[in-house]
Design a protein around this ligand. Structure first.
Ligand code: ADP
Ligand code: MG
Length: 492
């Protein structure tokens, strides 16, 4: 590989390290054709034809490789999906790493690398020395959402990576179903739930599912914000016809965070018509929102009713077991297992939001690898101090209800119900005891929280648990466990 030597030769900096288009056209072209050949061997033919054929190396210095492409779309696509492959191949061919700069040059005539022979450039003698390992990063096939979508699909947001639990089982099944049979079973599909619970992940998994079956499906995926902005700008520019054509010629319309339509009357009106056109044409509509249709402020009644025509399903907060599964999955995906007690601790402490669970995994793994320490409960407390000290001071009655329901696997409604079976009465009494010991609430107030019981019931519970804690070591260790969970000082 003569260019390898040439490019690396540091004793001839001008000639070797800086290859400008003007003084080294052939050298650059030859080097680039090697890169292209190697890339061609590692990705599918259509991908190569689409993204790499019309490219050229136009500059190479000791820091940067400048690659010309014929339009901005190719530049963006390459930098989003193929930068890793390019980097790896270039490093292999050049023998050193260069920062890649992509430059749009629509005027340029691109030399086609498989015409190399006819142009007198001989193909590499031993292709195996040039062929890179298959790229480590998954190469996204050439397909995707319609260009006017405001996101590109996140390759990680797939059903395979989605942990299913009681909180999201129904929403997951609905998305799988719609992905398999768009426009047929649930139309529209309306997912709602609070932030960070996986709505966007599910919507994108659904799109991947549809594209897996039909790569040419026309999917328009937008945040509601973008729909509103496009609409406003269409009005401004008198372009409503174009706007309508664009929105109404799709197989699947996904609008994320549709609650943003609140208080936007004209956009609601327009969306109503978009909805009707697509619906009547049997096209699938998928919406997500932070609240169910009726709770979106000022949403026109006719939209509320249409949103309920198909399937409305909630993504709920994950229960303890699902949180455990998510923590394990996320850490495994990052190449490390968390010890059981660390998983338990995190799952107990972070109970509202999956994005936060993910954030904690990232933080803990990052902290452990930077500091070169084992991942222990101690380390986690140290690195997530902020999280653990959030409950400064007293735990609230809600916190207490939370740890008790989690620990015993009972529902809040059961603690507050009239049920008196031991499986419910015991956790209830533990809850009352902890509330009395930790909060400043009166016996009456505590009774009120536990389903309107009177003060004597609470007093009875406190006395009973006090006695049990003395007699039964399992009860006393349970109490200190729960107290530890509830008290930030004890934990942080
Ligand atoms: P939302 O749109 O409801 O606000 P997202 O879909 O953005 O939430 O999810 C937040 C993060 O949590 C994302 O990184 C997503 O991959 C992850 N996530 C959410 N739910 C799950 C799940 N059930 N399994 C795995 N990851 C999940
Ligand atoms: Mg979202």
């Amino acid at each position: 590989m003569e260019h390898r030597a040439e490019v690396q030769a540091t004793d001839e900096p001008e000639a070797a390290l800086v290859l400008e288009a003007s003084d080294g056209v052939d050298a650059l072209a030859e080097l680039w054709s090697k890169v292209q050949d190697a890339i061609r061997g590692s990705i599918r033919r259509e991908q190569f034809e689409t993204w790499f054929r019309r490219t050229a190396l136009i500059g190479l210095d000791d820091e940067t490789a400048t690659i010309a492409v014929h339009n901005a779309f190719t530049r963006d696509w390459l930098s989003r999906y193929y930068l890793g492959v390019l980097q790896e191949t270039l490093t292999q061919v050049v023998g050193a790493t260069r920062r890649i700069v992509l430059e749009v040059d629509p005027e340029r005539t691109f030399t086609q690398s498989d015409d190399a022979e006819s142009m007198g450039v001989s193909p590499p003698e031993d292709p195996t020395t040039l062929r890179p390992q298959p790229p480590r990063a998954r190469v996204e096939p050439q397909r995707g959402l319609m260009a006017s979508s405001d996101v590109t699909l996140n390759p990680g947001y797939r059903f395979d990576n989605f942990v299913v639990g009681p909180c999201n089982r129904f929403a997951h099944a609905a998305c799988v179903g719609v992905g398999e049979n768009p426009g047929k079973i649930y139309n529209p599909l309306f997912l709602h739930g609070s932030v960070g619970l996986g709505k966007t992940h599910l919507l994108q998994s659904l799109c991947h599912g549809i594209l897996d079956r039909n790569p040419s499906a026309r999917i328009l995926y937008l945040s509601c914000e973008t729909f509103v902005n496009h609409f406003i700008s269409a009005i401004e520019h008198g372009d409503l016809e174009k706007f309508r054509t664009k929105y109404r010629n799709v197989d699947l319309l996904v609008v994320d965070d549709i609650h943003v339509l609140a208080n936007k009357e004209r956009t609601q009106e327009e969306f109503f018509h978009t909805f009707n056109t697509l619906y009547n044409a049997g096209k699938q509509i998928v919406l997500s929102s932070d609240s169910p249709p009726v709770e979106i402020p000022t949403l026109q009644e006719r939209l509320v009713s249409r949103f309920k025509w198909g399937l409305v399903t909630e993504v709920e907060k994950p229960c303890y077991e699902t949180r455990v599964a998510i923590l394990k999955r996320k850490s495994r995906a990052r190449g490390r297992e968390l010890p059981e007690e660390v998983v338990r601790l995190l799952a107990e402490r972070i109970d509202t939001n999956i994005r936060e669970l993910e954030g904690a995994v990232t933080k803990v793994l990052g902290f452990a690898s930077l500091s070169g320490q084992e991942i222990t409960v101690q380390l986690v407390r140290q690195c997530l101090r902020e999280l653990f000290s959030r409950r400064v001071g007293q735990a609230s009655i809600e916190d207490i209800m939370g740890v008790v329901t989690d620990r015993f696997g009972v529902k809040l409604a059961e603690l507050q119900s009239k049920k008196r079976t031991n499986a419910i009465a015991y956790p209830r009494q533990i809850g009352m005891f902890l509330a009395r010991r930790i909060t400043r609430m009166s016996l009456e107030e505590i009774g009120g929280y536990f389903g309107g019981r009177d003060h004597s019931t609470v007093l009875h519970a406190v006395r009973k648990i006090t006695r049990l804690a003395k007699e039964d070591p399992s009860c006393s260790s349970l109490l200190s466990d729960l107290t530890l969970e509830l008290q930030s000082d004890a934990i942080a």
